[in-house]
Design a binder for this molecule. Sequence first.
Ligand code: C2E
Ligand code: MG
Ligand code: MG
Ligand code: MG
Length: 271
Amino acid sequence: MAEQVEHRRSVELDLRAALENQELDLHYQPIIACDTGAVMGVEALLRWHHPLYGSMPPAEFIPIAENAGLLPEIGEWVLGRAMTDSKRWPQLQVAVNLSPVQFRHVDIETMLRQLIVKHAIDPSRFVLEITEGVLLESTDRVSKVLAAIRDMGFRTALDDFGTGYSSLSYLCNFQFDTIKIDRSFISNMSKVDSSKTIVKSVVTLGRGLGMDIVAEGIETEFEAIMMARFGCTEMQGFYFSRPLPVTQLIDFLKTYEPKPMQPALEPIKAV
Ligand code: C2E
Ligand code: MG
Ligand code: MG
Ligand code: MG
């Protein structure tokens, strides 16, 4: 227990230095259209190379950063870097994760307005991803901020759908452009029949409500074909590519050959 507290404290101190020492970096994971197989966009994912512990997963250090009050600053750095990098792939959408903390404690509207001007970007190229947790907190404020973000021209996505408590009908109130179905549902499709049914229903209902659907964590051809067959819009996962540093992403884009995901006619066996 004491050791854990100590570890968190030292990570926290190191994180403060990390921003200044340029130890933070963004990797980008391609997002693929289900019908044509073309790369439509990328998701920016934060990476930290700790001088002692090596690369540390964001799931580990982001909560520490949030608690330490470092998130507004790190979040702004992420947005700025993603906007700068976006100039290198002008044809692609760029998805950026927002922390709930950025909704709670920061004048996120002003920050975004300033970033648009500073980086001279077109907000409609950017998809801001938030998780369900944000929606459960203070509905009024959150829907106002979300509406303001959309009015500025940004697109919005609900990340990790299915891991929280919200229902699709509840989500209608927030008018997201995109729903991202969490990897846990995708990876269960080959094992649990009900997962397939749930995923298929989410796709049908979401599309019926006018939203795009992205499937997260596609690792096999089976999963890719299933999602295409269900009428999903886009997908991302190790099957297509891991998150890549900028130069590797540029190489990937040069050599990538789209495989149209024609839904197979014969039944697909789970692998
Ligand atoms: P997320 O936004 O849901 O991002 C997707 C995560 O799934 C990424 O993990 C990605 O590397 C991983 N992933 C993608 N395809 C596959 C696959 O086929 N198989 C498996 N096993 N994993 C896959 P990562 O980069 O470790 O990020 C974890 C989470 O940390 C993100 O989940 C997001 O919630 C958060 N995060 C990452 N970058 C940022 C950031 O800049 N700001 C904030 N606030 N949160 C971030
Ligand atoms: Mg995300
Ligand atoms: Mg996700
Ligand atoms: Mg996640």
